[in-house]
Write a protein that binds this ligand. Sequence first.
Ligand code: MN
Length: 410
Amino acid sequence: MKSWITYAEDSDFSIYNIPFGVFSIGDSAPRLASAIGDQLIDLRAVAKTGLFDSLNIDASVWDAPFLNDFIALGKETTNKVRLTLQKSLCDEGSMLKDNDSIFLDQSSVVMHLPVQIGDYTDFYSSIEHATNLGKLFRDPENALLPNWRHLPVGYHGRASSIIISGTNIHRPKGQQKPADSDPVFGPCKLLDFELEMGFIIGKDTPLGSNITTDKADDYIFGKVLFNDWSARDIQKWEYVPLGPFLGKNFASSVSPWVVTLEALAPFHVAGPEQTPSVLPYLQYEGERNIDINLQVIIQPEGGEENIVSESNFKYMYWNMAQQLAHHTVNGCNVKVGDMMASGTISGKDEKSYGSMLEISAAGKRSLTLKDGSERKFIKDQDTVIMRGYAQKNGMRVGFGEVKTKVLPAL
Ligand code: MN
């Protein structure tokens, strides 16, 4: 495939991608977009050319502040929108060509949260991450808890504090328990990122029904990069016995472009072998992991970017189909726009750990940055950036980035 739009060879937004997002420019209300290269494609302007006329889509869909109504049209329609756009961007006689109202520089717009998120669930599906944490906090010999290889462990998170890339956060405050004193209140001292990917639900289900692993892809619209911020000291004190709460719910950051499952189809690979074998409702067919290169960067105020982790989504022990099958096996319904996050994605070696907790071995090791400063956790004024892309046979499909700066506690 070759587009008449030119873009850099290493662009995340090649003709093979065609992601979806929400933007605004100047004082305009947010509306829907796609992207190619460094250009943003205004979907309302595309619809006005008549390109999508045969799909009978209500014009209000393009003017919505979130992708939810678009996603709710169903994959039969949204896939046609993506493929029609892709084809037109390759067609030399396209009616989109030389139409100045359609293309904008991505650098000239503001991107918004792509979906209105009803519910957010976070899994814990990287065996390397779960093992690292088990070794740090429990038993090095028996790092994984007995349930871990039998079900994709997860918890219900908080949707209200999921923020778009570019939104700064303040260091959270809360209770911490020093080893040698009573609990204290103050700014978190052990602020951390979690390198994750999120998937967005593409189809409602009725309460009482469940999604099987072989049908899961019909219910997943697409994926984003996901930085699941963590206040480790607050988390450590509060989490017993009900799990994550204020150490987790102050912010999670997402990338603006939703990359469809269809765009990621060429990059599927086999997942790790699961032993012992899983219960029938968690069994699956085919290659369900996806080869997506992931990177975490710390950029100190005014300083250079420092790559602190290079991991890959393909390492996940539990895949998205299994996560969704498990999430709904009890009859729990899902809704368009719900966000499901993978859990921290760590690989086998130290360079691929997905959190500072693992990189610093819970604060026992320091990372030296290019400017000579040291990090065990994230400091005020640091910007944390995550990037990700899949690449194969000359096709590149990427996510851009999710970027968040940490400001001092209020
Ligand atoms: Mn997490």
